[in-house]
Design a protein around this ligand. Structure first.
Ligand SMILES: *Cc1c(COP(=O)(O)O)cnc(C)c1O
Length: 434
């Protein structure tokens, strides 16, 4: 299948090229030319996420040189459990997406993207550039560090990440260049964009983006929606409703695509933090991203979600969009309350991002037997500085996280300008050649 740019529909390329490029040349985002139809019957007998993934993603890989490797790619990328766990509330289950190497759902997309990039023909493969507010950079670094052909440059803001997040951004071999930028996340993101536009740099160092604009991260995120909704459907004959902690809309979009494909999904509710651009848009019809507000759910501190462009492409009118999703903003006071309440009522430690979803679930649940699945996007131990004081007990890090926290770290400091970035890249290239 081909992938078209959201801005120039007749510019379309094969999936491999879309993954390699990241962003379309016109600045648009790649979207599948059509969404195939796949209902529950098509998945009969399939229960393992990797097996569901092959069935689900086959149509998108049709005609693509990577198609033959799809089963391997799915096995390698989905090498950790994605359990749907019952809670003390009979209508609520938690889909735990934090059992991967860096304890956040970003591992799913990052590992799939790395498995694809590693197999593309480009020689050498493009250097993966990623600006991160915390979880993306570590997931991409971890995924690429396993693969000898791949190199990664991670830019993160000096004051925007938790100590454990920083450790996860900087504990990698030399093929991963970790740059601590004396600036904020927006400056990191701007630097990456400038690097892409710099012809001289692109000529010496082909690059690709691993930010959530990459279709190689979005497609595999549909897999856990498929697996969880099928599990619910087979057990109860009901469509599951999902509530999704939302920042850049990558996770939510995968859910919306999955429902469009024909998976048994009911309502999709988005939970944002105080950066309420999406809920405000649905309420007022005005798209008005403001300044980004720092919140406890920092991985969702996004005021201008990049995947809105894909969502608009799918549902151009606001009424149409409002019929597809609801969106609700949860401020820090309610995030704190929700962390405490989840601990009390569900006996679970939830991260601040997951807490926004729990709070939205509480406002939406109705009497009756509608079933809800809440996505748990990160392990609470990644944000222990916030969570532990609220619940009055320690949260043990999962084994994968403990392993990373034992590794030595290395990072370089830089100023937020392109010349500094170029100097860092040059030194790194010279160094890694020996
Ligand atoms: C990235 C992230 C989110 C937001 O996901 P989007 O795809 O950007 O909407 C939510 N929670 C956690 C823990 C994250 O790392």
């Amino acid at each position: 299948m081909n992938f078209a740019s959201t801005r120039t529909p007749d510019h379309s390329v094969a999936l491999g090229a879309a993954i390699n490029a990241g962003l379309a040349p016109d600045g648009g985002l790649y979207v599948p030319e059509r969404l195939p139809q796949l209902g529950p019957d098509d998945f009969e007998g399939l229960t393992r996420p990797a097996a569901i993934a092959v069935k689900l993603l086959e149509p998108f890989f049709a005609g693509e040189p990577l198609a033959g490797a799809l089963p391997e790619i799915c096995d390698e990328a989905l090498s950790f459990p994605l359990p749907l766990v019952a809670t003390a509330d009979p209508r609520l289950s938690v889909l735990e997406l934090f059992h991967g190497p860096t304890a956040a759902f970003k591992d799913v997309g990052a590992r799939f993207l790395a498995a694809c990039l590693d197999r593309l023909d480009a020689e050498p493969p493009p250097t993966v550039m990623v600006a991160t507010s915390g979880d993306t950079g570590s997931a991409v670094a971890a995924a690429c560090a396993e693969r000898r052909r791949l190199k990664v440059v991670v830019l993160y803001p000096r004051d925007g990440v938790s100590p454990r997040q920083e450790h996860q951004l900087t504990c990698w071999p030399e093929r991963v260049l970790s740059l601590r930028v004396n600036g904020d996340f927006d400056q990191c993101q701007r630097l990456v964009k400038e690097a892409f536009l710099d012809r001289a740099l692109a000529a010496t160092m082909p690059m690709t983006s691993a930010n959530s604009i990459s279709v190689g991260r979005l497609l595999p995120q549909m897999v856990y929606y498929a697996a969880a909704s099928l599990e619910c459907w087979r057990a109860t004959g009901q469509r599951a409703n999902f509530v999704v902690p939302t920042g850049n809309l990558g996770n939510a979009l995968a859910g919306i695509w999955s429902r469009r494909l024909g998976l048994p999904i009911g309502r999709i509710a988005l939970a944002t933090n105080a950066n309420a651009t999406i809920p405000r848009y649905l309420d007022t019809g005005r798209w008005a991203p403001g300044e980004t507000i720092p919140t406890l759910a920092s991985a969702m501190d996004v005021s201008n979600p990049s995947n809105m462009e894909r969502l608009r492409h799918l549902f151009p009118g606001i009424e149409e969009l409002a019929g597809q999703i609801s969106a609700h903003a949860i401020d820090d006071v309610r995030i704190r309350d929700a962390i405490r309440r989840a601990h009390r009522r569900l006996d679970r430690a939830v991260c601040p991002h997951t807490a926004t979803a729990y709070e939205v679930y509480r406002t939406l649940r109705e009497t009756g037997d509608e079933r809800w699945i809440m996505l748990a996007t990160a392990h609470a131990a990644k944000f222990e500085g916030i969570v532990e004081p609220l619940i009055g007990t320690t949260v043990a890090p999962p084994p994968a996280l403990t392993k990373l926290l034992e590794r030595p770290t290395r990072r370089h400091d830089m100023e937020p300008d392109l010349d500094s970035l170029k100097r860092q890249l040059e030194a790194w290239r010279r160094f890694s050649r020996h």
